[in-house]
Design a protein around this ligand. Structure first.
Ligand SMILES: [Zn+2]
Length: 321
């Protein structure tokens, strides 16, 4: 059998940016390209993905993998619903196949990132992994016994939307008190905006020019990293809620390792130490189970596209065998 090459295109479609890479089987990124996401225009979003894939495709490329932010039906590669975006029923796999004549595997972006970390990042050497991505919201991916766990439709691991506070803040999904409303970068920003005026001598107050509307999760994290006590406290509280949620998920899934990624992970141990402490307090029988490391992700923003490419190649192997 003659095989032209051993590479895949991996695409990560987020609410603000589309990342596309040409990736070798060993996870090496051979070429990268990106575009802003025309998030309010479904047709333009699909067209941008096709254009990026086309610009990267060489004779070496055997398949395309796409990770998209939202609920992706993996049986037909359609993105059904994105809670924070206008997308509904986006036929991603079909469009990519028609335009490029290559097999296309579509999955949720965090699931693809979990697969990337599992193969080439912080999850190497483990067979059971939970990825928690903490950004504006919270995403998740589950690798169980070396395979991505998708559920019946591909909707598994929407971990940001389990309800931890029934009367809590309203979520983009329409419910109240989802986990991502208390433990994400969005939550850090919201608490910062609500409390900054109580702390006029804080660095956070100064960085925001005393204007609560200028306070974001990113700004609070930045102030925390510079030692601002108020901000350290806000990040720590989010970390504590993060650890509680992780404990619940570990009770359900029994992973060997929990990898935490997403934008907020720049806070490092300011987030992870409180998370580790509350995890041990909340998980069932901590003294009767192997320690579950809670570690930072290693691939950063590349994880989704690298994982998508790796998964596309793997699915291809499965079909060809
Ligand atoms: Zn929600």
């Amino acid at each position: 059998m003659s095989v032209g090459g051993d590479e895949a295109i991996g695409i990560d479609v987020g609410g603000t940016k589309i990342n596309a890479f040409r990736v070798a089987r060993d996870g090496t990124i051979a070429e990268r390209s990106s575009m802003p996401t025309p998030a309010d225009d479904e047709a333009a979003t699909l067209a941008s993905m096709v254009a990026l894939a086309r610009s990267l495709t060489t004779p070496e490329v055997l398949a395309i993998g796409v990770g998209a932010a939202g609920m992706v039906d993996t049986t037909d590669g359609v993105l059904r619903f994105a809670p924070n975006l206008a997308w509904r029923d986006l036929p991603i796999a079909q469009r990519m196949r028609d335009a490029l004549g290559l097999p296309c595997q579509v999955d949720n972006d965090a699931s693809m990132a979990a697969y990337g970390e599992f193969r080439f990042g912080a999850g190497r050497g483990y067979r059971h992994l939970l990825l928690v991505t903490v950004g504006t919201g919270i995403g998740g991916g589950i690798v169980a016994d070396g395979r991505l766990f998708r559920g019946a439709n591909g909707f598994a691991a929407e971990i940001g939307h389990f309800i931890v506070e029934p009367d809590g803040p309203l979520c983009g999904c329409g419910n109240r008190g989802c986990w991502e409303q208390v433990a994400s970068g969005g939550a850090i920003g919201r608490v910062g905006r609500a409390t900054v005026l109580e702390h006029p001598h804080s660095l956070l107050f100064r960085l925001a020019d005393g204007d609560p509307s200028k306070v974001t999760g990113k700004l609070v994290t930045q102030a925390a990293l510079q030692g601002d006590e108020v901000s350290v406290g806000i990040v720590a509280e989010a970390g504590r809620r993060l650890g509680e949620g992780i404990a619940g998920l570990v009770n359900v899934l029994d992973p060997q390792v929990v990898v935490v990624g997403g934008g907020v992970i720049v806070a490092g141990d300011l987030l992870l130490e409180p998370a580790r402490a509350s995890f041990v307090d909340a998980v069932e029988g901590p003294e009767h189970r192997p320690r579950v490391p809670i570690v930072p992700a290693q691939l950063g923003n590349d994880a989704g596209a690298v994982g998508a490419a790796a998964l596309a190649l793997e699915e291809l192997g499965r079909v060809m065998v």
